[in-house]
Ligand binder design. Structure first.
Ligand code: 5AD
Ligand code: SF4
Length: 443
């Protein structure tokens, strides 16, 4: 087998992060990355099972990899991540051409497999283990993702995560601080902390040196010289307490952006989802967050067509989205996932056409409100972390303001620089602007 690899990543940022670890580990084993899947000796997939659509897209990619392997039987095919975890050994029965499969956080097992004598089918599906200590390859040298926990102790009735990623296990606080400090020494300016329920961090840890709350973690990271931006995803509204809200107001490097998943605006549906908060409590959290951080950007996740969702329930979701005025949202049509409580409610499933029609109405409200919110940035000069050239016009640059919004702008700067940009226009999705040379000269 040639020592080259290609990784295709599906799903969430956690998977993106695991894939970076995977690449770093493979490079430390002497493998090199290829641009095209068909040129690689080791074809890997890091899979997701959040939505049905991700499954089917992944399976068509997998079939393509199988066709390469028919041409060259030396090729090794590996499948990792949540989907692999959810089907376990079954993967080898359904796709006999797969050589190795492993669950999320089991990237080190891939190393074990590759360095073992026999390359016959092996599966690794344990919940233990972090990818944290493996070398990682960063897509951009100035941005990093740090996984602070794996798993989730909530029991949201639609969600497959508790069964694929197990109970929440947190990494010690001192270890996280040391890791970020080392990254900053290598040039990282922005870190995104990852976990399924980040603000439950520290709650179930045993007393000792590494113990601390999520707010404490934010404080300790903020104290690191040279770290300009701290982001995190996702918190749970139930656990959004004043200490974290205040951290946004008090700590310079904690970005003025919070992704706070609503899921539904109907208290009845929230209860069926086992979200542990109701509509009033969510609105109350939003009020508290804005009381301390009037300019903060709020984004969210919403599911439409949860089993039993009536027109009245959906109208309440629209009302909450209208009232809050999110800066953006990820919207999902409910899709039943195996081994979840909601998937049993077959009799209450909302038809596809009804869900699609509700989705259209939801997206209209979300985009209109996001567009209105984005106008508050026009006329202001904001710091932008440059990420590269604009995707639509290579002569312009692209970056993000602290609020998380993408800005396309004219100017001269290198990726990784933070530059002042005068915002000239806004849509619901992106901002446009010009680099402010005067402001730059003064900084
Ligand atoms: N169907 C639709 N959306 C889902 N999500 C999670 N599980 C499902 C499901 N079964 C959405 C939630 C979550 C986001 C990451 O994915 O909104 O916050
Ligand atoms: Fe899933 Fe709920 Fe945990 Fe998020 S909080 S990972 S939606 S169970």
């Amino acid at each position: 087998m040639s020592k080259t690899f290609h990784v295709t990543t599906f799903g969430c940022q956690m998977n993106e992060h695991d894939s970076e670890r995977m690449k770093g580990m493979l490079e430390s084993l002497g493998y090199t990355e290829t641009a095209e899947q068909q040129d690689a000796g080791l074809i890997l997939f890091n899979t997701c099972s959040i939505r049905e659509k991700a499954d089917s897209r992944f399976i068509s990619y997998l079939q393509l990899a199988a066709s390469y392997k028919r041409r060259d039987p030396e090729i090794v095919i590996g499948v990792g991540g949540c989907w692999a975890q959810s089907v376990k050994e079954d993967v080898f029965r359904r796709f006999p051409f797969v050589d190795v499969a492993f669950g999320p956080g089991q990237v080190h097992k891939l190393a074990e497999f590759l360095t073992s004598e026999s390359l016959t089918a092996q599966g690794f599906f344990e919940f233990e283990g972090f990818t944290g200590h493996l070398p990682e390859k960063r897509a951009r040298s100035f941005q990093s993702w740090v996984q602070i926990s794996v798993g989730c102790n909530m029991k949201c009735s639609y969600c497959i995560v508790p069964s694929t990623r197990g109970r929440q296990v947190d990494r010690p606080l001192d270890e996280l601080v040391a890791e970020v400090r080392a990254q900053v020494a290598e040039g990282v300016r922005e870190v995104t902390l990852l976990g399924q329920n980040v603000n439950a961090y520290g709650r179930e840890m045993r007393a000792g040196a590494g113990r601390g709350s999520f707010a404490q973690l934010l404080h300790e990271l903020d104290a690191i010289d040279g770290l300009d931006r701290i982001r995190y995803t996702s918190p749970h509204p139930q656990d959004m307490k004043e200490d974290v809200v205040l951290a946004h107001a008090e700590l310079d490097s904690v970005c003025p952006h919070m992704h706070l998943p609503l899921q539904s605006g109907s208290s009845r549906i929230l209860k069926a989802m086992r979200r542990t908060y109701n509509r009033e409590r969510f609105l109350d959290r939003v009020a508290l967050i804005r009381e301390h951080n009037p300019d903060i950007a709020l984004t969210t996740d919403v599911i439409v067509g949860f089993p039993g969702e009536t027109e009245e329930d959906f109208a309440e979701t629209l009302e909450v989205c209208e009232a809050v005025g999110f800066d953006g949202a990820f919207t999902f049509i409910y899709s039943p996932r195996r081994e979840t409580e909601a998937a049993e409610l077959v009799a209450d499933f909302v038809g596809h056409e009804v869900s699609v029609e509700r989705m259209d109405r939801l997206v209209e409200v979300i985009q209109r409100r996001a567009g209105e919110q984005a106008r508050r940035f026009v006329g202001r000069t904001l710091d932008v972390l440059v990420e590269g050239s604009s995707r639509t016009d290579a002569a312009r640059l692209r970056g993000r303001i602290g609020h998380g919004k993408v800005v396309n702008f004219s100017g001269l700067a290198e990726p990784g620089e933070i530059v002042p940009v005068a915002i000239t226009s806004a849509t619901s999705q992106t901002l446009a602007g010009e680099m402010s040379l005067l402001a730059r000269a003064l900084t």
